[in-house]
Write a protein that binds this ligand. Structure first.
Ligand code: HEC
Ligand SMILES: [Cu+2]
Length: 329
């Protein structure tokens, strides 16, 4: 299990709201909740009272038989109907605002897969596990999934939307505070089985966490220009982070154990047996090709299930991954 996200609670039960939509969602929630509480009490308190007052007090007592009252029926039909019609519109208004993104919103494609999120920007920059957005600008997310249904949820923004394979869904938000928040996958499902022994490797929807970093506009532009690369960290270290955030670790172990794919332990320099009977020695070119065109050479004993990372990872990210893989002795 990954560590549970820390969420600031500043009202009685809701996490601190930090999007422009959140106010509307919270008022709708409060109106529905308090209406329900009022009606619950209106029904339950008299029920309790009548139970006491009209209980059978002595053996053989017979209740008076009232079988019809048009007035009461009209009252208990029209009042709830009126209340429900009002509640419908109370819910519809924020729902419509949450569905329709303002023109000129920054469009980001979100791809969900077992068990991580990646975010693609209009200029082609792809960021895995980290959604970077500017403060005070509308952002439209278009979601899709490559495998099963996932559900994108940022409690502080009060937005949630399923990511469905073969379908695009969307939502939008405008962040109001410079802050790091957590994206949760709220798809209600058990964990994958079997899970890797290393508990820091995400396994299951409940482990599918990502970060939303809200930056001010200049910092955001800087980040986008450099493609989110922090050049001050050594490549192997960046590679390590990429290996985790791009989900390589779900299929490749670092400790020699066999998973969906071959282990990365001792990979560099070894002679790899391929499915067609030939062998190849693992060098930088082989690693690069394995990441970008996994179907080019199939390792003996493994299925061709690795997704291609061509067009997703930048050349410098592939270099960083290779630097990291070379260190797995
Ligand atoms: C869905 C599972 C899966 C994911 C995710 C995955 N791989 Fe693979 N990978 C495989 C399988 C299976 C093979 C062996 C079959 C083949 O050659 O395509 C493989 C082969 C490789 C090889 C060649 C290994 C060898 O022993 O010769 C390398 C290198 C590699 N993957 C790196 C990566 C990196 C880096 C990532 C993340 C960016 C990644 N893989 C993500 C399943 C996966
Ligand atoms: Cu999920």
């Amino acid at each position: 299990m990954m560590t549970a996200p820390k969420i600031d609670i500043d009202s009685f039960w809701l996490p601190k709201a930090t999007s422009t939509l959140a106010g509307q969602v919270d008022s709708a929630w409060n109106i529905v909740l308090y209406t329900c509480i009022v009606f619950f009490l209106l029904l339950m308190v008299p029920t309790g009272y009548f139970l006491m007052k009209y209980r059978r007090k002595k053996e053989g007592e017979v209740t008076s038989a009232i079988d019809h009252s048009t007035t009461i029926e009209v009252v208990w039909t029209t009042i709830p109907l009126g209340v429900l019609v009002v509640l419908f519109f109370v819910g519809l208004t924020p729902w419509v605002s949450a569905k329709v993104a303002p023109a000129g919103a920054l469009e980001i494609n979100v791809t969900a897969k077992k068990w991580n999120w990646s975010f693609q920007y209009p200029d082609g920059t792809v960021s895995a596990g980290k959604l970077i957005v500017p403060k005070g600008k509308p952002v439209k997310l278009t979601l899709s999934s490559v495998d099963v249904i996932h559900s994108f949820y940022v409690p502080e923004f009060r937005i949630k939307q399923d990511a469905v394979p073969g379908l695009y869904t969307s939502l939008w938000f405008e962040a109001t505070e410079i802050k790091d928040l957590t994206v949760l996958c709220t798809e209600y499902c058990g964990n994958a089985d079997p899970c890797p022994k290393d508990e820091s490797i995400p396994c299951g929807h409940s482990d599918m966490l990502a970060t939303v970093s809200v930056l001010d506009e200049t910092k955001f532009k800087e980040w986008l220009e450099t493609g989110g690369e922090d050049k001050s960290t050594p490549p192997a270290e960046r590679g390590k982070a990429l290996f985790a955030s791009w989900g390589c670790a779900t299929c490749h172990s670092l400790d020699g154990s066999k998973a969906t794919g071959p282990t990365m332990k001792g990979l560099f320099g070894r002679k790899e047996e391929l499915a067609d009977g030939s062998t190849v020695s693992v060098d930088e070119n082989y690693l690069r090709e394995s990441i970008l065109v996994p179907t080019a050479k199939q390792v003996k004993g493994f299925p061709l299930v690795m997704p291609t990372f061509q067009g997703q990872l930048k050349p410098s990210q592939v270099d960083a991954l290779i630097a990291f893989l070379k260190e797995q002795k």
